[in-house]
Design a protein around this ligand. Structure first.
Ligand SMILES: [Cu+2]
Length: 147
């Protein structure tokens, strides 16, 4: 009798633990990291309205938080993503997709080659799992002209 009751109790515990694990694992993929207060992303160069050669360097700025590589679980950090010619932002409740340029090594600049004409650039920070912070840390969207 005692054994049966213990077994049933143990089974209930296991089921509860399994549910908790399953739920937390499910939630973890959607969980957004709170944005540090006052954190700002910006594009150091080029400047809005600049004309640039076909191949040029984009420098990323960040204040109020630190740059850390993807996967590094450090407080108040993130890594840059560069949105080129994107209207609006990607979905904010999931990892930033692979067709967007990730700088998961913690890079703070990149060389870009674009066809001649007008283009827009914008930075979006992602956390260790490439998920935008809450609220998202985004730069202004700048417009440049490629020669
Ligand atoms: Cu990323």
């Amino acid at each position: 009798m005692m054994t049966d009751r213990y077994a049933a109790f143990a089974q209930t515990l296991l089921v509860a633990a399994g549910l908790a694990l399953g739920l937390s694992a499910g939630a973890a993929t959607m969980e957004r990291t709170p944005a540090p207060e006052g954190a700002k992303a910006y594009i150091i160069s080029p400047k809005d309205g600049d004309t640039v050669p076909r191949t040029f360097v984009v420098r990323f700025g960040l204040s109020g938080m630190g740059v850390a590589p993807a996967g590094a679980d450090l407080p108040k950090t993130g890594h840059h993503h560069l949105l080129v010619d994107m209207d609006g932002l990607p979905p904010l409740d999931q990892p930033i997709s692979a067709d967007i340029r990730h700088f998961g090594g913690g890079q703070t600049e990149t060389e870009l080659t674009l066809p001649p004409g007008e283009h827009t650039l914008q930075i979006l920070l992602g956390d260790k799992s490439h998920i935008p912070h809450d609220p998202p840390i985004v730069s202004e969207r700048i417009t440049i002209t490629v020669e």
